[in-house]
Design a protein. Structure first.
Length: 410
């Protein structure tokens, strides 16, 4: 295997690692509430929605004038200084809250594992959160190359555990899913409402936009004129791997529980593996597997999201200092701010997941769905990416996702 192919594989796995985090442990619950039809619709939509939107965002960055230009610099070149600042703010606030959620989730996951699985006393949360966030930031301090290698190494065992969990559930499969082929969910909602509620969760579960800018810069510097072709191939491979493993896991969970039981799992606010461990008395091993899977999932996503946070916050520091701050100093300040805020939030343990998703959802959809489309039709250098049917598809679902997130917020 050539060096290029090895690097491409690492990047595909890193995209997978950024996307497939805690969201996959809750996706089966939201998807299973509606029965078979929403699951089939999600299966059909998952790849085109994920691939087309992330490829469009990658192309937006690829067309930057300099090979080292990331999304924040390209945004300023396209939209001017004010537009660039606005895009950077949107990009930062779409990613940073999610990173904070992972810092809380990992801290809670380790605390629960120590108390419930190992039978130890509850640790001091101040020092536990300090240690957790400190270790995570220690890994990212080694730079992008180490982060990419770490994530790609973690992905393999995570995929194995995800697939093994899905296979483990096969003896528990039943016909309940096929007995719920109807046009309404458990709560009596119409199929349209059920699908509306699934869309934001699906976008969140498969989102790897924080690392797309880094991928685009890598491809520009490594492949030159072939950057778009190479980046598209890397994104497509990672997306196929996502859809196959995650949807197999989702369908396996759906085959062993009824929509009413998914409703119960949602009411208990448990990840699906934890609910299954409690639901099936002969599957107590899941109680050990669940926290390990959750830790790996959220740890991977923390690393990937930090790359996006670093891009956004560094650019904001450059704006604030009128380009006088050095990149090295900006990296150190970004790392310090991220550590302090993540430590504080992890210690306080706020119940913020639904609020973060509701606020981050529309911002993420604007950056991932709408902004690249606007740029494609606005700027001549991007006109070559016009594809009316694909762009209309992205636009429609982008508007639906934004409206759904706003509906959930209010």
């Amino acid at each position: 295997m050539t060096k290029g192919n090895k690097e491409d594989l690492m990047w595909s796995l890193s995209l997978y690692g950024t996307a497939i985090g805690a969201g996959v442990l809750f996706l089966p619950i939201n998807a299973g509430l509606g029965g078979l039809i929403p699951l089939i619709v999600m299966l059909v939509l998952a790849f085109p929605l994920t691939f087309l939107t992330h490829r469009a965002l990658c192309r937006f960055v690829l067309e930057g004038s300099d090979k080292s230009d990331d999304i924040t610099v390209v945004g300023q070149n396209y939209f001017g200084k004010f537009g660039g600042v606005l895009l950077t703010l949107l990009y930062f606030f779409a990613i940073f809250p999610i990173l904070l959620v992972y810092s809380v989730g990992i801290t809670n996951n380790i605390e629960s594992f120590l108390v419930n699985q190992l039978g130890l006393g509850a640790p001091n949360r101040l020092w536990l959160s300090f240690l957790v966030v400190g270790v995570l930031m220690f890994v990212v301090s080694f730079g992008e190359e180490v982060v990419i290698k770490t994530m790609s190494a973690i992905v393999f065992p995570f995929i194995a555990v995800l697939v093994f969990s899905a296979l483990w559930l096969i003896p528990k499969w039943n016909n309940a899913l096929f007995e719920n082929i109807h046009l309404s969910g458990v709560g009596g909602e119409s199929l349209g409402v059920v699908m509306l509620l699934i869309l934001p969760t699906m976008v969140f579960a498969f989102n790897h936009s924080p690392i797309i800018s880094s991928l685009a810069v890598h491809c520009k510097q490594t492949y030159g004129q072939e950057a778009d072709k190479k980046a598209s191939t890397i994104i497509a491979r990672s997306n196929v791997l996502m859809i196959v493993t995650v949807m197999f896991f989702v369908f396996s969970c759906a085959m062993c529980l009824s929509p009413a039981e998914f409703k119960e799992a949602k009411a208990q606010n448990l990840p699906i593996l934890s609910y299954l461990a409690n639901h099936f008395e002969d599957m107590k091993t899941f109680a050990l597997v669940a926290p390990i899977v959750a830790f790996v999932a959220m740890g991977k996503s923390f690393f990937g999201h930090y790359l996006g946070v670093r891009e956004g916050l560094n650019r904001l520091l450059f704006y604030a200092t009128k380009q006088k701050i050095s990149p090295t100093r900006a990296n150190k300040i970004t790392a310090l701010i991220t550590f302090l805020v993540a430590w504080l939030v992890a210690y306080e343990n706020p119940s913020v997941l639904e609020i973060i998703e509701s606020i981050g959802g529309p911002i993420l959809a604007i950056i991932l769905y709408l902004m690249p489309l606007y740029a494609i039709y606005k700027f001549p250098q991007l006109h070559k990416y016009k594809n009316p049917w694909q762009n209309l598809f992205i636009l429609c679902f982008g508007l639906v996702t934004i409206s759904t997130a706003i509906y959930r917020l209010f």
